[in-house]
Design a protein around this ligand. Structure first.
Ligand code: IMP
Length: 430
C-alpha cells in the first residue's frame, strides 16, 4: 500500500507537474499536501498546455481521484476559476474526481491584502512572495485563527467567521500599515457563493487516503515549491510558510512514514530561484539568458504564477545532498537536460569555499550561505539535441556522464531524465 512522494529538490519550479503526470496513471489518488496557488505546475500533453496552481496534476488522467489535502491553503476564487477552465477543456472536475479536504485552510482577500502590506513594509528586505496571501493564511493557521474549508458546509458559521476575520485584518491593515480596508460584506457574499459550489467537494482527506492505501492502491503525493523553500529546511527567511519536504506530506495528508515507498526528488539539470535570498551558483548576463530562455516558450524560466524571470545558475550538488538528507530521497528525477545541449562545457558546483575552507554540505544559515563561493568541476558538454532520445543508451556519452556524475555525487540514483516538456519526453534510466 504505497505512498509515493514527489518533492522539489531545489527552490521550486523543477518540473514536478510533469513527473506527477507521468506517474499518475498508476495512482488511485494524486494529492497536494502543502502550499496553495503560489505553485504553478505545467503539464504539456499532445502540444496542449495545462497550467495548474491548485488542482493536482493527476486531474488530466481520467479515473484518478485528486485531493487537495489538509496541509494546503486554498483561495476558492482561484480554485473555481481553474476548475472552470479545466471543464471547458473537457476534463471531469466533478466531486467524484476532485476532493477538497475540510482541514485545508482558506485564503481570503484580507490575507492577500496582508501579504501585500507586509511585503511593502519590508522594503528592501522583502521576501519576494508571490502575493497570493500564503504567509498570512499559514500565520492564522498557526495562531489557531484560520478559516478551514469545512466552513463551506455551514454558511452561517462561515459568514460569522469571515466577519470576525476581516474586521481583525482591517484593524491591522488600516491601523498598522495605513492601507485600505477590505469590504467585509463583499467578502461574505463572495464566499457564500463559493460555499454553494464547493460544499459538495468536501471530504475527510486523511480518511480518503487511508482507504486507498488499505485497498493496496497507490497514492501519489504531489509536492509544491521545493526543499529550499521549506520553512524548516529551506533558506529561512526566504522561504514559503509551509513544509514542501517529505515530512510535510505526512502531516499534510495525515499519514505516517510507514506507508511511504518512494520519495522522488525532482531536480532541474541546472538551478533556478524566484524571489530574494542567496544563490551561490547564480549567473547573469548572456550565460543566464542561455539557461533561462527569452520567455517565448512556455517552458522558459519565467514564473508560471507571477511571470517573473527566474534567477538561474549552474547545478549545485550541496543543494541536492541537502535535499537527499532532509527528505530521505530514494531517487532523483533530473529534468530539462535538453537545455544543456550545445554548451561546450558545463560547470557543476561540487562544494563551497567558506572562509578559506572547503565544505560539502549546505549551510542552514542564509548569512553563511551568502559567504559561500561555489567550487566548480567542469564537465564536457554535448552538441547533440537530446529531445528525441528515449533510451539511456542513446544519450550522448557526455550527457550520460553528466547524469551519472549527479547520481554519484549526490548519493542517490537518477531514475528518470526529462528531455523536453512533452509527456513522452522521458528516459527511464537503467
Ligand atoms: P510565498 O510562498 O508566496 O509566501 O513566497 C515565499 C517565497 O517562495 C518567495 O521567494 C517565492 O518566490 C517562493 N515561491 C513560492 N512558491 C513558489 C513556487 O511554486 N515556485 C518557486 N518559488 C516559489
Amino acid at each position: 500500500m504505497p505512498l509515493n512522494i514527489i518533492i522539489g529538490a531545489q527552490w521550486g519550479d523543477e518540473g514536478k507537474g510533469h513527473i506527477t503526470d507521468r506517474l499518475a496513471h498508476d495512482a488511485a489518488v494524486v494529492a497536494r499536501y502543502s502550499g496553495g496557488d503560489n505553485a504553478g505546475h505545467t503539464v504539456i500533453i499532445a502540444g496542449e498546455i495545462f497550467k495548474l496552481h491548485l488542482v493536482p496534476s493527476g486531474i488530466i488522467h481520467p479515473g484518478v481521484v485528486c485531493l487537495i489535502g489538509n496541509g494546503t491553503v486554498v483561495n476558492p476564487a482561484v480554485l473555481l476559476r481553474e476548475m472552470d477552465e479545466l471543464a471547458a477543456r473537457g476534463a471531469d472536475v466533478g466531486p467524484a474526481r476532485l476532493k477538497l479536504s475540510g482541514g485545508a485552510h482558506l485564503i481570503t482577500p484580507a490575507h492577500i491584502a496582508m501579504d501585500r502590506a507586509h511585503e511593502r513594509a519590508r522594503g528592501r528586505g522583502a521576501i519576494g512572495t508571490t502575493l497570493r496571501g500564503i504567509g498570512p493564511t499559514y500565520t492564522d493557521k498557526a495562531r489557531r485563527e484560520g478559516l478551514r474549508a469545512e466552513l463551506f458546509a455551514d454558511p452561517d458559521a462561515l459568514a460569522e467567521a469571515l466577519a470576525a476575520h476581516v474586521a481583525a485584518k482591517n484593524e491591522a491593515l488600516v491601523g498598522g500599515y495605513g492601507e485600505e480596508p477590505v469590504d467585509v460584506a463583499a467578502v461574505i457574499a463572495e464566499f457564500t457563493a463559493y460555499a454553494r459550489r464547493l460544499a459538495p467537494y468536501l471530504v475527510d482527506g486523511p480518511l480518503l487516503v487511508d482507504e486507498a492505501l488499505r485497498q493496496g492502491r497507490m497514492v501519489l503525493a504531489e509536492g509544491a515549491q521545493g526543499t529550499l523553500l521549506d520553512i524548516d529546511h529551506g533558506t529561512y527567511p526566504f522561504v514559503t510558510s509551509s513544509s514542501p519536504t517529505a515530512g510535510g506530506a505526512m502531516t499534510g495528508l495525515g499519514v505516517g512514514p510507514r506507508v511511504v515507498d518512494r520519495v522522488i526528488g525532482v531536480a532541474k539539470a541546472f538551478t533556478t530561484r524566484v524571489g530574494g535570498g542567496p544563490f551561490p551558483t547564480e549567473l547573469d548576463g548572456a550565460a543566464a539568458t542561455r539557461l533561462r530562455g527569452t520567455g517565448e516558450k512556455p517552458w522558459d524560466e519565467f514564473g508560471t504564477t507571477t511571470g517573473r524571470p527566474r534567477r538561474v545558475g549552474w547545478l549545485d550538488l550541496p543543494i541536492l545532498r541537502h535535499a537527499r538528507r532532509v527528505n530521505s530521497l530514494s531517487e532523483f528525477v533530473l529534468t530539462k537536460l535538453d537545455i544543456l545541449s550545445g554548451l561546450p562545457e558545463i560547470l557543476v558546483c561540487v562544494a563551497y569555499e567558506l572562509d578559506g575552507r572547503r565544505i560539502e554540505s549546505f549551510p542552514h544559515d542564509p548569512g553563511v550561505l551568502a559567504r559561500c563561493r561555489p567550487i566548480y568541476e567542469t564537465l564536457p558538454g554535448w552538441a547533440e539535441d537530446v529531445m528525441e532520445v528515449r533510451r539511456p543508451e542513446d544519450l550522448p556519452a557526455a550527457a550520460r556522464h553528466y547524469v551519472d556524475f549527479v547520481a554519484a555525487q549526490s548519493g542517490v540514483p537518477v531514475s528518470y531524465v526529462s528531455v523536453g516538456p512533452g509527456r513522452e519526453q522521458f528516459i527511464v534510466m537503467d
